[in-house]
Ligand binder design. Structure first.
Ligand code: GLN
Length: 192
């Protein structure tokens, strides 16, 4: 089984390394052909408008949406990836690109200037011990539909959620030495 990391912008190599530590074949995804070979796709953090526009330029938006919806592709969005997966972006500009995969409404840069980047211990549903979550100009989920399972929250809002084969976190699990969320995603991919 191969799992891909969208290789347009952001912490691509860190995600690839975490997947390899989970003992799966991890490949960068830049083309429709790359995408056709993977069971799961991680959309990393970065700048969601840039990543979203380039997804369209590379023609990846159609196949990602189709396979995510028909259940043949699992998708894990971290930070900007979470915003791209949302049904709606509350404060997005009119040209905010969206994949619209998850039944969520996301607010970008939700933690305000003074706290733009921080790390904190976080309880995560299904994990025995809290994880260290790194937030970098992070979004939050303002609204999650009934079919969305909330996995972690902070006082500011929801910071991790799952909807069937779709997983999203506001924070960057690839920036710590903890593989548990990548392992969760690998397990979702294996169960497709
Ligand atoms: N604020 C960025 C955005 O919404 C996300 C930041 C990140 O991915 N670290 O595009």
């Amino acid at each position: 089984m191969k799992i891909g990391v969208l290789s347009i912008q952001g912490a691509v190599s860190e995600h690839l390394k975490h997947l390899e530590l989970c003992r799966v074949e991890a490949v960068p995804v830049k083309t429709i052909e790359n995408l056709s070979e993977v069971s799961g796709l991680i959309i990393p953090g970065g700048e969601s408008t840039t990543i979203g526009k380039l997804i369209e330029v590379y023609g990846l938006d159609g196949p990602i949406k189709e396979r995510a919806r028909n259940g043949t592709l699992a998708v894990f969005g971290t930070c900007a990836g979470m915003a791209l997966m949302a049904r709606d972006v509350a404060d997005g500009s009119t040209d905010q690109p969206k994949l619209g995969l998850m039944n969520t409404i996301v607010k970008r840069n939700a933690f305000g200037r003074q706290k733009e980047s921080f790390e904190t211990g976080l309880d995560f549903k299904g994990l025995e011990h809290p994880l260290v979550a790194v937030f970098i100009r992070a979004p939050i989920i303002l609204e999650a539909g009934d079919n969305v399972e909330i996995l972690a929250s902070l006082p500011e809002g929801i910071v991790a959620a799952r909807q069937a084969n779709l997983l999203a976190t506001s924070f960057h699990p690839e920036l710590t030495g903890d593989q548990r969320l990548h392992q969760l995603f690998v397990d979702i991919c294996k169960a497709l």
